[in-house]
Design a protein around this ligand. Structure first.
Ligand SMILES: [Zn+2]
Length: 381
């Protein structure tokens, strides 16, 4: 049997759990640790596929729930899956839809069978089960597909989390059984368990027994304090096999990327860089910059003087501020491009630092320049 992904561990940092790896997919090789831009509706908002290639994005994420609601997985399948539909020849990961079903959709009813809910678009009734989600993800055709999981809110009662963790484990087994394209698509399991060490451990051990090609840590970055998230990672990743990729879902502020890598994470995704870009906020080597603010009206410097992206080489803060104030689409295209480039550059720097066994040094340098004061209590951006 051929493998849909193959993970190679190239180097471990001697002082932390940080690792440098290489993930081979049927649509290209991804150097890890990696940040994956989010393309909710089969589009990373404002970015054309060739621009994603230009900034070095080797893998993007697409949302199962949104694509199921519109345009539907059958249409995407007919177009040749997400790769053909988007004309994107690099890797794609689809989430399980769990997070959206539990956060966006109305009137959900959760049973062991699955979740009954109404579409956030037109209110039509829908039902997601491990089997139906696998069918959708098989048709969407991503290189990596996530098992359907229950995403509990934070905070949640322990009793609820216990039921939820066991349900998610049963669902993972059913996903594995229902997965119709295991030679082309790698099914990743998701470790839940809230902030409870024993539940996280139970979930990780049970999932590892399924011998899946990769594992994600889910249910984090849902409102809990950052130190708690780091603590959960610290005791969860050691239970995951060293020779498989580890993915921290929904996390992507610069400090969280560093802290996640430090605790053994290989893959990240987050809407943060693209979402704040649309509000006129950019990340720079000197910290967050709200370019729509009046103070940049006559500032003719680039967004980030240390950045060598196309936008920073070409346009000024003053021009980009004007575009955003005037609701010109180009404005948010430029801020989005820069933000994604900036995060991908951080990951490149992290990979090089691990290779040179100077990860903590690189982290300290970055934090002091960026303006993070407390290393464990970073800000949102
Ligand atoms: Zn730039």
């Amino acid at each position: 049997m051929t493998e849909p992904v193959r993970f190679e561990l190239l180097k471990r940092d001697s002082k932390t759990m940080a690792r440098r790896g290489r993930l081979k997919t049927l649509h290209g090789t991804i150097e890890t640790p990696v940040f994956m831009p989010v393309g909710t509706q089969a589009s990373v908002k404002t970015m054309a596929p060739d621009e994603l290639v230009e900034i070095g994005a080797g893998i993007i994420l697409a949302n199962t729930y949104h694509l199921h609601v519109r345009p539907g997985e059958d249409l995407v399948h007919e177009a040749g899956g997400l790769h053909g539909f988007m004309n994107w020849n690099h890797a794609v990961l689809t989430d399980s839809g769990g997070f959206q079903v539990f956060s966006l959709a109305d009137l959900r009813k959760i049973t062991d069978d699955g979740v009954r809910f109404r579409s956030h678009l037109d209110g039509s009734p829908m039902f997601f089960s491990p089997e139906s989600v696998m069918q959708i993800e098989n048709k969407l055709g991503a290189d990596i597909i996530m098992a359907f999981d229950e995403c509990p809110p934070y905070p949640a009662e322990r009793e609820y989390l216990e039921v939820s963790v066991r349900r998610t484990l049963e669902w993972a087994k059913r996903c594995q059984k229902a997965h119709a394209r295991p030679e082309e698509q790698a099914l990743f399991g998701i470790v839940q368990g809230g902030e409870h060490r024993d539940l996280r451990q139970e979930a990780a051990k049970a999932l590892v027994e399924l011998d899946l090609p990769g594992y994600a840590v889910g249910g984090l970055s849902v409102g809990e304090p950052k130190p708690l998230m780091y603590e959960v990672l610290e005791y969860t990743t050691p239970w995951l096999p060293a020779n498989k990729p580890r993915y921290l879902m929904g996390v992507g502020s610069p400090d969280d990327l560093f802290e996640g890598v430090e605790r053994g994470i290989d893959m990240f995704d987050c809407v943060l860089p693209t979402r704040i870009a649309r509000n006129g906020t950019v990340m720079t080597s000197r910290g967050k910059l709200v370019v729509r603010n009046a103070q940049y009206a006559k500032d003719f410097r680039p967004l980030d003087e240390a950045c060598d992206c196309k936008v920073c080489k070409t346009h000024s803060r003053a021009y980009i501020r004007h575009l955003i104030k005037a609701d010109e689409i180009l404005g948010i295209r430029l801020t989005t491009y820069h933000n994604l480039y900036f995060l991908l550059k951080i990951m490149e720097g992290i990979r090089t630092a691990i290779e040179q066994d100077r990860f903590l040094q690189y982290k300290r340098e970055f934090y002091s320049q960026y303006g993070y004061n407390d290393l464990t209590k970073g800000e949102d951006v």
